[in-house]
Design a protein around this ligand. Structure first.
Ligand code: NI
Length: 275
């Protein structure tokens, strides 16, 4: 089913992003946040690096979210009918937390063969200027820019990567979302986000979708989960949703997948696992 009007798809192609799109009610988003917080309290407060990467392979409520019709219908409008989830991760900024995301393009280290890669960023809380909403530079998705790795401690990105040339920050648009809404952005979109200056945490869940014809060209053994249509290409090893939250088979599957994807994403850095 179609979710986006053709003008919205055109806007996405021109600007490299589109928002807001309502995915669930604020009450359902709050329930998601509470589920995350229950998992956090079971794990001593915060999720470790490996639990933040591809958690939809561990928790049924996230496996269901990546197949949510309101998300998939919008993604299909942009990427077509045969869709894989290549990755997911939480982007959490605690109240008054100095954590930030430097200006970057997601495509830089992902090793994917085509820029037909889309992030659906689902807001579990409101995303506001004060709590560190993403900023994006319209039209910046046309070319790949050079980046440098910083591994800066407060940077939420895997390598602390940042764009090596001047970014025209004044042109940045604040991606403001209410809880239960999502934004879509292109894999070469120039984006970043400041620290959270508010008294509550900001929680987003990023889902990376690719059409089945895309392949991993930076390393072997990458995997993804088919969520709509058919995969006639088999470029990615199949991933499976968990039978129940943290089921032993799901944990083993997730551990193997995460180890392999760390090898690909951290190639050449000496880092072996997710931070
Ligand atoms: Ni990003």
């Amino acid at each position: 089913m179609t979710q986006l009007a053709s003008a919205a798809v055109e806007q996405y192609r021109r600007d490299g992003f589109y928002f807001p799109i309502r995915v669930m009610s604020p009450g359902e988003a709050l329930a998601m946040r509470r589920r995350l917080e229950a998992v956090e309290s079971d794990h001593g407060g915060r999720l470790g690096g490996e639990l933040r990467h591809k958690p939809h392979l561990l928790f049924t409520w996230l496996a269901d979210l990546v197949r949510h019709p309101a998300i998939l219908d919008a993604v299909e409008d942009v990427l077509g009918p045969n869709l894989l989830v290549w990755s997911t991760s939480f982007f959490i900024k605690e109240a008054r937390d100095p954590a930030y995301v430097s200006w970057h393009q997601d495509a830089t280290y992902w090793g994917l063969s085509a820029p037909d890669v889309l992030t659906a960023w689902v807001a579990f809380t409101d995303a506001t200027v004060e709590n560190g909403a993403m900023r994006m530079v319209p039209g910046s998705h046309d070319e790949q820019l050079a980046h440098r790795d910083t591994f800066a401690p407060n940077n939420l990105l895997s390598r602390g990567q940042e764009i090596a040339v001047e970014v025209d920050e004044a042109r940045g648009v604040d991606i403001l979302l209410r809880a239960g809404e999502m934004s879509l952005h292109h894999v070469r979109m120039v984006h970043g986000s400041p620290a959270n200056r508010s008294d509550d945490r900001r929680v987003g869940f990023a889902i990376r979708y690719v059409p089945t014809y895309v392949r991993q060209i930076a390393g072997d053994g990458d995997s993804a989960m088919l969520v709509r249509g058919v995969d006639e290409h088999h470029h990615f090893a199949p991933e499976y949703p968990p039978a129940s939250d943290l089921a032993p088979e799901a944990r083993a599957h997730h551990a193997a997948v995460v180890a392999q994807s760390a090898k690909i994403l951290y190639r050449g850095t000496g880092v072996e696992r997710f931070r």
